[in-house]
Design a protein around this ligand. Sequence first.
Ligand code: ADP
Ligand code: MG
Length: 592
Amino acid sequence: MDSRIRILPETLSNQIAAGEVVERAASVLKELVENALDAGATRIQVVLKRQGNDLIQVIDNGSGIVVEDLPMAFERHATSKIATLEDLFALRSLGFRGEALPSIAAVARVEIQTRREGDEHGWSYRVEGGTSGEVEPTACPEGTSLTVKALFFNTPARRKFLKSPATEYGHLLGVFKRFALAYPMVDWSLMHDDHPVYTLRSGDLKSRIVELYGNKIRDHIREIAMDEGGTAASGFVGTTELIRRSRGDQFIFLNNRPIENRIVSHAVIAGLDPLVRPGDYPFYVLKLDMDPHGFDVNVHPSKAEVKFRDESAVHQSVRHAIRAALGTGDVKPAIPEKAKPSAPRRSISTRVVQPPVPQKPMSTDIMDALYKPVTAEKTIPLPVSPDQRQPAVEPQGPADSEPVEVVALWQLHNKYILSQIKSGLAIIDQHAAHERILFERAMRYFRNPPNPSQHLLFPEILELTIDDWNTLKEYATLFKDLGFVLNDFGPRTIRVEAVPSGLRVSSEGKLLKELLDEVREQKKERPDPREAMAASFACKGAIKAGDPLSEVEMNALVNELFRSEFPYSCPHGRPTVIKLSLNELDRRFRRT
Ligand code: ADP
Ligand code: MG
């Protein structure tokens, strides 16, 4: 070969371009489906054979192609979608590079059949490995059918890069699901090796999610709806029940284009924090809408990546949207904010199991003096948080209008609290709920220290092990922010002068040691020392299963739980509330 510079023959340059656009069968499917959607199709049928190696066919009922333009569609940089660079930043179509059809036709045998609305018949056209045939009349329905056979037949080197059939099929399914979720208003079907895989009817996003994932997912997804800082977010995010340890069901759409973007996926995780841990994959279908000037899609040939102009604004909007989605719901019990134990009630609906006074190791008088909470009556060991910076969420809708008389809280086996809610019955795990409350309180105190302390009448002297001593030094500031007042008292010995207020503790020395132990454990899983400390505080400070609660305590607990940012799970991700809807009860009693 001589070393003169030359222009590459068209077929070869298309094959090179194909390397970028057509990596595998799934990339072909993606491009064909994008074209069908751009053509305004409301019904799209996908037919695959042997994981797309033998056949990838996409049939749409869209606009079709004008016969004169047919050969043009297979030329590089031939597109009907943009004309100027400015168009790229006002993009509403999925395609714009005009590269897909020529690239695919360079590495496969392609046939197109297309018919415009009102035309007497359609037209067909073939291109095989870059060599084109004639445009011929043909009988076909309105719309376009693209048939791709023998993928990579002329580029065996590329075929070697393909992974196992299962992997390739997984990628194909991934593409299909992504677009089926992005376009729930389109009817979709998928056939593989003559077996129907999906038949999806047009509807809203929730029904599409249910069609793809089954009816059970209904109870575990929360709607996202937030319009902030130029980014409108909608869609659904899964509760902690749907968290997986492997990637798969995370979908981001920007102006209906499936995208991958680390800013956005990070923002979702940040919004879910602290419900997720590193390596957790929550379920979400997140749709973002913004002015096309706010991002650039032309950063990668497969158009899967985008670059946002204002990344931190996008991050913040998404984070807020996810928080709002999981922080609200209809699970809030119908408890009026100011429910007081002395309020007049009808006995039959409000009878509360009155628990015996908890047994305490010291005389009650001393205990009361020691643990006199800051804001509540002295017999209430679980005061509503003395910190009222968190605005109270008012009950909404029918909950508001429920009369005080019908509100009932029951403690079941000193473990669960039962409460009537708008839609039926809520069962609250008292320990998990209190953990959630304490965790969020602690995190607030760390942001805005310190927590009010309860000063001890009789400070406790504690001798610590080396480990405990070192841990205490390491976390000294956080202990202080939580409300502990600790003074050095000789070698490895401290004097506990005060502990955080609002806890029910029997021995502050024991609490402190348990905390030191726990924070060493937590720190293995939570790199942020504040989170590790907050989780330990929640775990060791919370009331336990088996602790009897008074009605006032239950009220305080439930009220504060539903003022939390994430009321529905404890810091370890276990649920705090289970909901039994009236519908479910009716169904079980066969009332319907
Ligand atoms: P792009 O989508 O980037 O414009 P493609 O190579 O994917 O480039 O397609 C080239 C052109 O062919 C499109 O701009 C469009 O006009 C036309 N086209 C392709 N597929 C279809 C289809 N299914 N229905 C109608 N027009 C189509
Ligand atoms: Mg295209």
